[in-house]
Design a protein around this ligand. Sequence first.
Ligand SMILES: Nc1ncnc2c1ncn2[C@@H]1O[C@H](COP(=O)(O)OP(=O)(O)OP(=O)(O)O)[C@@H](O)[C@H]1O
Ligand SMILES: [Mg+2]
Length: 345
Amino acid sequence: MDIAGFCTQSAVIIVAGKGGVGKTTVSAALARTAARSGLSVLIVELEGKSGLTSALGHPELLTYDEVVLSPGGSQAGSPAEDGRAMAEIRARTLTPDDALLEYLVDHGLRRVSKRLVNSGALDVVATAVPGIRDILVLGKVKQLERSRRADVIVVDAPAAGHAITFLTSAQGLLDSARVGPIRTQAADVVELLSDSARCQVVLVTLPEETPVNETVETAYKLEDSVGTSLGPVIVNGIYPHLDHLEADPGEAAAAAGVTLGPGEADALRAAAVFRRRREELQAEQVDRLADGLPLPQLWLPHLFTTELGLREVDQLADALAAGLERLPEVMAGPGGRSRSAESAS
Ligand SMILES: Nc1ncnc2c1ncn2[C@@H]1O[C@H](COP(=O)(O)OP(=O)(O)OP(=O)(O)O)[C@@H](O)[C@H]1O
Ligand SMILES: [Mg+2]
């Protein structure tokens, strides 16, 4: 599949998954991939301090106001693809408090808005109306999408089990609120989440047992309760295959003209066994994921560095682009239905 084609399949790409699996890193890599194919990107970060800015080589934390993380054109420091100039990547945070403030101001309540928000009124409302925070945030995402703030809007979704609540609370509110502005907002959000031409969810997982189980479960829940369209599953942290793990350390050292110290051959042998076992375990989990979820998989390598910066993110962007290029044009949903079949019915 053409990279630009994938990125414009829907204006909003929500990157979701269990805590720590690499959502922020994947959001950054996806943004670079899209920008390199000439599409402007707005990354929306929901939690602050996600590490997004350092992954993209930007020195400061994000705020509610957009900042340019990587300029477009020739200054971008990365080769443009197909002769196209690299497009701009901007980013911002989006918190429920700020979204509420903006909502109130937009609805003629400027005078009370600051006081309401500062007095913690949102906490009171949030207790009375569960899901209101998610609706406020996603309502704002919808507004950004409608105003075409960028060719692609990448949303770095909240961690852990919250992703499901985050994406299903609009439907829940729609079922309970009969009339009023909350219902309108919830309806708009459900409309966005369930329209595959406007929004898709990309699930990120590690090739490990618990994340794989949760990913399969989340995929079906999202499709059943919201009708969200799911993009390919990103399997992050795949150990690159190493040849020669079967080699005898003593013989290999002798062939290379190196003398091993006492115990080194055993240590190397143990390390090789460990690594081989890790690769096997990952392969098992990747198969299990494929059995449980008929969605295409994109694999990202585990990078052996202490901190990921722009160079590493670009390495992951390369892997994403290569994986996307191998994807077929029509992708199946977790229930096995293809998108084109869905839109035809
Ligand atoms: N492919 C990779 N290779 C090596 N390290 C990685 C890779 N992907 C992510 N990491 C590292 O793993 C850690 C977690 O990644 P990241 O912050 O992207 O996860 P997350 O899902 O956004 O976490 P959270 O749920 O806390 O928001 C980070 O330190 C990141 O640099
Ligand atoms: Mg994160």
